[in-house]
Write a protein that binds this ligand. Structure first.
Ligand SMILES: NC(=O)C1=CN([C@@H]2O[C@H](COP(=O)(O)OP(=O)(O)OC[C@H]3O[C@@H](n4cnc5c(N)ncnc54)[C@H](O)[C@@H]3O)[C@@H](O)[C@H]2O)C=CC1
Ligand SMILES: O=C(O)[C@H]1O[C@H](OP(=O)(O)OP(=O)(O)OC[C@H]2O[C@@H](n3ccc(=O)[nH]c3=O)[C@H](O)[C@@H]2O)[C@H](O)[C@@H](O)[C@@H]1O
Length: 495
């Protein structure tokens, strides 16, 4: 079916029967809408791209020299296209009215209220976009679901649009989920593994799929563009994130076994990944996965399965997120255990707060969970991250969800812009993000200003642990135990 549809689309493109997309609008100028549409504008100089958002602050930043998100390569793309065929504004009505094709790229967080609280995707922003489009649209519009949504969300969008259709207005709704990862967004967008386009199985549906395919054809080879049914496209996105998260939880489960048995998780991951059926990617054991999507998309999948009475399926995917919770808690407990079972009034230098390197994003960062656990135990935290803003760290750790005692926490956290200052008089260094610069530090110099015994907990497995032990650090990492640390502990660590 797929081959048939692709052939059909290519034929209709060549026959000159297309509507020719000249104006694209994207509602939602976030981590997905911003980079995705910047790349479309960059690769398609013949298309005008308008990125709109309800947040004035966000749009102001997109129009400034300091973009609202840090993403390698993004500044250059925006600089080249902004004002030429790429525009950022709050005028949603006008952008929607002028557009031939509208991406909906707004946030779809887990619900924080009502039925499905904490698990179901909150589609209120999507619905508001559909209603806005219905209110102001003129002529024919292709509406593209770019946000990650539950299966059959496109049906709800279509219902809202058709129930409010004015004379002379028509719509086609497509699913085109995004697979970019933060920190490598531009690279992923420029050279995607695949692009999914789901559409209705009708002549109109296929014509709309053809229009979006034409946009991607500007830079993505035909064989990477997969057309499929709307529902398959929506579910493929949730399934992809679930599979990726599952790999991380699988290797993290093995890391606990390694620590208990004396095996080394890096060696196990290497050996397992050499099997070409398994592959080596996404097998890096860590303090746990973070980011705005893995957790919410997994929980959404669990919720969908439960609603469909597929309890075993729900329980299977639930375990992936339970394992992640276990890994984060296990790491925090290990820190406390090694520090003689108490961190109260001890100073810990925390390196990294973003959920992964090369981003300033902290959403669901394991750092929030580990730090919150340590703060509950009364630790003082000196936190350094090269890209996360001070206010973000403060708000993440003092928010109602992270703690019940914001005033107490405020006194316990100190944000540093220099890692060497952050370690002064600290009892331990805790690495929570895999920033490359952490590998380049002078740990001998750091050790000299720390309390002894000095501890280092590498939650990302990025440092040379043997060298650190030789320097005199009591070193702990995920999925491996160092026997020489025992000597350190018995000698008071003063080597
Ligand atoms: N962050 C990521 O790396 C990825 C995210 N996704 C998915 O893409 C979607 C968007 O995610 P992000 O870009 O991270 O979210 P985000 O929170 O960074 O951006 C969403 C933007 O939409 C705006 N918005 C919300 N409702 C609006 C409305 N009614 N009118 C105008 N603007 C509105 C918000 O002000 C915000 O700026 C989500 O469904 C997410 O699951 C998919 C792939 C990767
Ligand atoms: O839907 C989304 O939001 C996106 O979610 C992930 O992208 P992202 O969350 O940006 O980053 P990842 O590289 O997937 O990392 C997620 C988390 O897993 C952790 N991780 C990743 C890989 C690994 O081997 N080990 C590991 O602990 C990372 O440190 C990070 O905390 C997916 O990789 C993207 O394909 C998807 O589009």
């Amino acid at each position: 079916m797929n081959v048939f549809r692709l052939t059909h689309i290519t034929t209709s493109l060549h026959s000159g029967s297309r509507m020719v997309v000249k104006n694209v609008c994207c509602i939602g100028a976030g981590y997905v809408g911003g980079p995705t549409c910047s790349v479309i504008a960059w690769k398609c100089p013949d298309i005008r791209v308008h990125v709109v958002d309800k947040s004035q602050a966000r749009i102001k930043q997109w129009n400034s020299d300091k973009l609202p998100i840090y993403e390698p390569g993004l500044d250059e793309v925006v600089k080249e296209c902004r004002g030429r065929n790429l525009f950022f504004s709050n005028d949603i009505d006008q952008a929607v009215r002028e557009a031939d094709l509208i991406f909906i790229s707004v946030n779809t967080p887990s619900k924080t209220y009502g039925i499905g609280k904490g698990r179901a995707a909150d589609l209120k922003h999507i619905e508001l976009c559909a209603r806005k489009i219905a209110e102001v649209a003129e002529g024919h519009k292709i509406v593209v679901e770019k946000s990650t949504v539950p299966v059959r969300a496109a049906e709800s969008i279509s219902h809202i649009l058709s129930a409010n259709t004015k004379p002379g207005v028509s719509y086609q709704v497509l699913s085109n989920p995004e697979f970019l990862a933060e920190g490598t967004a531009i690279e992923n967008l420029v050279n995607p593994d695949r692009v999914l386009i789901g559409g209705e199985e009708s002549a109109e549906g296929e014509a709309a799929v053809g229009e979006l395919t034409w946009i991607y054809h500007h830079w993505v080879p035909q064989h990477k563009i997969i057309t499929l049914s709307t529902w398959s496209s929506e579910l493929s996105k949730l399934a992809s994130n679930a599979f990726l998260a599952q790999r991380v939880s699988s290797i993290n489960a093995i890391s606990a076994l390694c620590e208990a048995t004396g095996a080394d998780v890096s060696q196990v991951a290497y050996a397992v990944g050499k099997d070409s059926r398994i592959g080596s990617k996404f097998l890096q054991a860590s303090v746990g996965f973070g980011g705005s999507c893995f957790q919410k998309d997994l929980l959404n999948l669990v919720y969908i399965a439960e609603c469909l009475n597929l309890h075993e399926v729900a329980m299977y995917w639930q375990q992936v997120t339970d394992m992640n919770e276990y890994q984060r808690t296990r790491f925090a407990k290990r820190i406390i255990g090694c520090l003689f079972n108490t961190v109260t009034d001890k100073t810990l230098a925390v390196f990294g707060f973003a959920f992964k390197k090369n981003t300033g994003d902290t959403r669901e960062s394991p750092a929030i969970f580990v730090c919150s656990h340590l703060l509950e135990e009364g630790a003082r935290l000196n936190i350094y991250d090269p890209k996360v803003e001070r206010q973000q760290i403060e708000s993440d750790l003092t928010s109602a969800r992270a703690t019940s005692e914001p005033e107490r926490v405020e006194k316990l956290i100190h944000i540093y812009t220099d890692p060497y200052q952050a370690v002064t008089d600290a009892h331990a260094i805790v690495i929570l993000t895999e920033w490359d610069e952490f590998k380049t530090y002078d740990y001998k110099k750091m050790l000299s200003v720390m309390k002894k015994p000095a501890f280092l907990f590498d939650g990302r497995k990025i440092l040379d642990h043997e060298s650190l032990i030789n320097l005199g650090f009591h070193t702990e990492t995920i999925g491996k135990r160092f026997t020489r640390n025992t000597l350190l502990r018995s000698s008071g660590g003063d080597l």
